[in-house]
Write a protein that binds this ligand. Structure first.
Ligand code: GLV
Ligand code: MN
Ligand code: MN
Ligand code: MN
Length: 414
């Protein structure tokens, strides 16, 4: 028997839906997606909006020196650590309206619902917007929650550059979001993150809620292949050292490695060809590799396979270059008590749920190192994400917000 909800509060799904569409205008694309790269003007606009929306509810908004934003609603007891929840407001270059945004705006809807009802929690609540979850402008992903959790050095994070050479720290200053509070100084009693699944499982099984108990491990690499620029007409094939031919073989190798073991994925998502001129056989290519698996041993095995494949390719083609690992986030197991709170809330909601492992990376995976943490997933259409066509329904978003509200209140009363 599902445990009944311990309150009679209901989130306003329509209000949440309108809020999602209102904020999608900051960086909105003609195809209905969102391009809101970390620390750009669009990011500043949505941050300003978010701060004002939280302050309108009487929350105090604090910004740390990585630009993470914390909106605090007092509880009856201000001497205990807050129950925190949230996600991220940055997007991929061709992102959708839901990845990250849903978790922040559903958190706002939770605060609005409590505010309207005059409901006082025992613990304070904190709604968080983490900086640079996506990692598409500044690598790696989850950069600021990584600093918060002590997994990434702050100096390293602030010195990260985008592909044009702008540093994270300078861009944080430029948009006015380098706060005073040292990142990581803040303590949570727990952290809950609602997110779209970004995969097809919930839709396929006709379940409304994913009770996320783990996040798979991730490693990222950068590789610069160096050969020689050569005239496309005058250089015979036997004299070429074409870095793009090498890169093509690396892409095929990564795809093969990702398919070779169960529950593994491998991706080359970024490539820069130099000089990128149609009548030059290219002398240099920069590319990135992303490997993931719930089993860290598989991630390590994919790394060995990559190193061997690249060594063979460069030697065959007379190139230079070896992959450099720039990020290693082992698989994360979430806290049993937080997972149980989500599961009880999902059962009380009553539209079907299942436990699952996240394929995508999330700030919650870093926060789990410093606070008991769990996640809630809702379906997205055909599992499509990191795509402007990403979509979830009003009902799915509202279900996620309702389960988030209930999980937080259950945790508050435990
Ligand atoms: C970013 O969204 C990731 O999951 O890698
Ligand atoms: Mn996300
Ligand atoms: Mn994402
Ligand atoms: Mn992610």
């Amino acid at each position: 028997m599902a445990a009944p909800a311990t309150h009679n509060l209901a989130v306003d799904g329509r209000r949440l839906w309108e809020t999602i569409h209102e904020t999608a205008a900051f960086g909105g694309t003609p195809k209905g997606g969102v391009r809101r790269l970390t620390l750009t003007d669009e990011d500043r606009q949505v941050r300003d909006w978010f701060r004002a929306a939280c302050e309108a509810l009487g929350c105090t908004v604090t910004i740390d020196d990585m630009g993470n934003m914390f909106a605090r609603r007092s509880g009856r007891r201000d001497d205990v650590a807050p129950i925190a929840f949230g996600s991220h407001l940055d997007t991929q270059p061709t992102g959708g309206k839901f990845d990250g945004v849903l978790g922040v705006l559903a958190g706002l809807e939770v605060l609005r619902t409590l505010h309207d009802a005059g409901y006082e929690t025992s613990a304070p609540l904190e709604l968080v917007n983490w900086t640079n979850e996506e990692g598409s402008r500044f690598a790696p992903a989850m950069l600021a929650s990584g600093v918060f959790a002590g997994a990434i050095a702050k100096e390293t994070a602030l010195a990260q550059t985008d592909r044009e050479g702008a540093t994270f720290g300078a861009e944080l200053d430029r948009i006015g979001y380098r706060g005073e509070e040292p990142c990581g100084a803040r303590k949570f009693s727990s952290f809950f993150e609602l997110h779209i699944e970004q995969g097809p499982i919930l839709q396929d099984e006709d379940k409304m809620i994913g009770v996320v108990e783990a996040v798979q491990g991730i490693r990222w690499y950068e590789l610069t292949l160096v050969g020689q620029d050569a005239h496309s007409g005058a250089t015979p094939m036997r004299l070429r050292r074409d870095a793009l031919v090498g890169a093509a073989r690396v892409v095929a190798a990564v795809d093969r490695i990702g398919r070779a073991r169960p529950d593994c994925v491998g991706t080359v998502g970024l490539m820069e060809v130099r000089p990128n001129s149609r009548n030059v056989s290219p002398g240099e290519v920069f590319l990135t590799v992303d490997f993931r698996s719930p089993d860290d041993a598989n991630v390590a095995a994919m790394e060995s396979d990559l190193m061997a494949a690249v060594a063979e390719i460069v030697s065959d083609l007379g190139l230079e270059g070896a992959p450099v690992r720039i990020w290693d986030q082992p698989a994360t197991i979430f806290d049993a008590e937080c997972v149980a709170a989500v599961e009880a809330a999902a059962e009380a909601f009553g539209q079907g749920s299942r436990r699952m492992v996240s394929g995508a990376g999330h700030d919650a995976a870093y926060v789990a190192r410093v606070a008991p943490t769990a996640m809630i997933f809702v379906p997205c259409k055909d599992g499509i994400s990191h795509n402007e066509a990403e979509s979830s329904t009003l009902e799915q978003c509202a279900a996620g917000a309702q389960v988030l509200l209930d999980a937080v209140l259950r945790y508050d009363r435990r």
